[in-house]
Design a protein around this ligand. Structure first.
Ligand code: IMP
Length: 186
């Protein structure tokens, strides 16, 4: 078994767990303010948004519903293919619901723009996006993201739900991966 935080695997810790907690608390206040007297359905995008769903939802003082969607856009590589497939659809009908999508990261924006279009067609009362991370320099398609945790450089990152070849999701901070790790796994 390999430690999740083996020092040599990472170049830099970009966002620490304390920074994440502080930022989520700030954004939770904003969400509470924006959704007063509304029932909110949080839609987490699997698997990357699992930590975000768990931590953000517990910072909210009102009761929310949760649903999950799984889409595939990457396979095992580190660049977006732009081809999106639904692996798991929502359980709930979102017509007339106030939907807030929780996404781990907006890189090219291709996945999110596809998802927003797909969910908008189901006629929710409102549809907004929360992304923990955004890489402004990597954007290829503009998507309105109402709540952004952190803007980061366009490097590949892991941790706090984000993976490389399914590993490192349980790292409690967000870190850039040492390129030496890519060459270990062809
Ligand atoms: P996009 O379509 O390029 O915006 O990529 C969206 C999805 O790719 C995200 O939801 C992530 O699952 C994955 N992704 C993008 N950048 C990274 C990264 O730096 N590390 C890990 N996964 C990433």
């Amino acid at each position: 078994m390999k430690p999740v935080d083996a020092a040599g695997d990472f170049l830099d810790v970009l966002v620490t767990k304390d920074q994440i907690n502080e930022r989520l608390a700030e954004l939770a206040k904003q969400i509470e303010n924006d959704y007063q007297n509304k029932n909110v359905l949080l839609v987490g995008v699997l698997k990357g948004a699992v930590m975000l769903m768990a931590d953000l939802s517990r910072q909210l003082s009102f009761s929310v519903e949760m649903d999950w969607m799984a889409v595939s856009s990457y396979g095992k590589g580190t660049t977006s293919s732009g081809v999106v497939r639904i692996l798991k659809d929502l359980d709930a009908d979102i017509a007339n619901r106030h939907v807030l999508i929780l996404e781990d990261i907006v890189d090219s924006g291709l996945t999110l723009s596809w998802l927003v279009q797909n969910l908008r067609a189901r006629q929710p009362a409102s549809l907004e996006v929360f992304a923990l991370l955004r890489k402004p320099e990597a954007i290829q398609v503009h998507v309105d993201v109402k709540y952004v945790g952190f803007d980061i450089p366009p490097d590949f990152v892991v941790g706090y739900g984000l993976d490389y070849a399914e590993g490192y999701r349980n790292l409690d901070s967000v870190a850039t991966l040492n390129p030496a790790v890519y060459s270990e796994r062809p």
